[in-house]
Design a protein around this ligand. Structure first.
Ligand code: PGA
Length: 283
């Protein structure tokens, strides 16, 4: 069963288009700068909406975001006392207290450093006996909580967002998915390098579910993500690259370091656009 939130408000807010209707690409010098930029956007959101529901991602890429936000919490410039956290995806079959279940990872890497309790956390139950029911319950719980205000995303080398692997339906809801061999190999480093330990199945928010968040922020760093980033931003909207669904969202931001931006044909245009934007607009 999905973990209920202590303070779901059931409110709906309209997506913030923030003055533009295209995927904004922000090219930053390195991962740390990307983390600081996105943590700044989260801090601004929490100032405007103290009980904002932040959608968070696992993996190596988002860590600089959480570190930068935790530094702001420690310095007292961000108040997370009413903030709420929603999980993006989860392995199927790992007990919730397994150190590599995403619930455990998020508790360690996000909730504890930000001073947010598990009563303000919601996620799908990857250990449920009835997985389809757990998926439906999580989609329902997200809606009842008022929807995700800002969803942070990584991207797989194969273009996945959440665990929506290539050829996932662009209107999919939270459901069980089978990981590609590439994703299992990519994630083996979290299981002592043993790909045999990486579960084959996961629960992931669907692409349609993800698109309901009010602001999507995808962070990609390193050359290994350059092809996926180019397909996401400059390729067609196509299920073969699930992240390309961001092109359908009214407020999507793709933050990339120079290496991840290295295959973008319009990199100079993106740099010029970002350098010229008004300060009040934020990302
Ligand atoms: P990574 O994972 O940040 O560890 O590269 C990203 C993803 O699989 O979404």
């Amino acid at each position: 069963m999905a973990v209920p939130l202590s303070s779901g408000t059931g409110r709906r807010r309209v997506p913030s288009q923030n003055g533009r209707l295209s995927v904004e690409v922000v090219i930053v010098p390195d991962a740390k700068a990307g983390g600081a930029l996105i943590a700044g956007a989260m801090a601004d959101l929490l100032r405007r909406t103290p009980d904002a529901l932040l959608g968070v991602a696992t993996g190596s890429t988002p860590l600089p975001v959480y570190e930068a936000l935790a530094a702001r919490v420690r310095s007292g410039s961000v108040d997370t006392s009413r903030a709420r956290i929603a999980q993006l995806d989860e392995y199927v079959g790992l007990p919730a207290d397994h150190p590599e279940s995403y619930r455990s990872v998020l508790r360690r890497e996000v909730l504890e450093p930000l001073g947010i309790g598990m009563d303000a956390f919601m996620g799908p139950d990857g250990a449920a006996e009835d997985i389809p029911a757990a998926c439906e319950a999580y989609d329902r719980a997200l809606a009842e909580a008022g929807g995700v205000d800002l969803q942070l995303l990584g991207i797989g080398t194969d273009g996945h967002i959440g665990f929506n692997e290539p050829c996932s339906s662009l209107v999919s809801r939270t459901r069980i998915k089978t990981l590609t061999e590439q994703t299992r190999v990519d994630n083996a480093r979290f299981f002592g390098g043993d790909v045999g330990q990486v579960p084959h199945h996961v629960i992931t928010q669907g692409i349609g579910t993800i698109l309901e968040a009010r602001h999507l922020v995808l962070l990609a760093t390193g050359e290994g993500k350059a092809d996926a980033v180019a397909a996401t931003v400059e390729g067609p909207v196509a299920a073969v690259c699930p992240a390309s669904a961001l092109q359908l969202h009214p407020h999507a931001t793709v933050v990339v370091d120079e290496a991840a931006a290295s295959k973008l044909k319009f990199a100079d245009y993106f740099r010029h656009t970002y350098a010229s934007k008004p300060d009040w607009q934020g990302i």
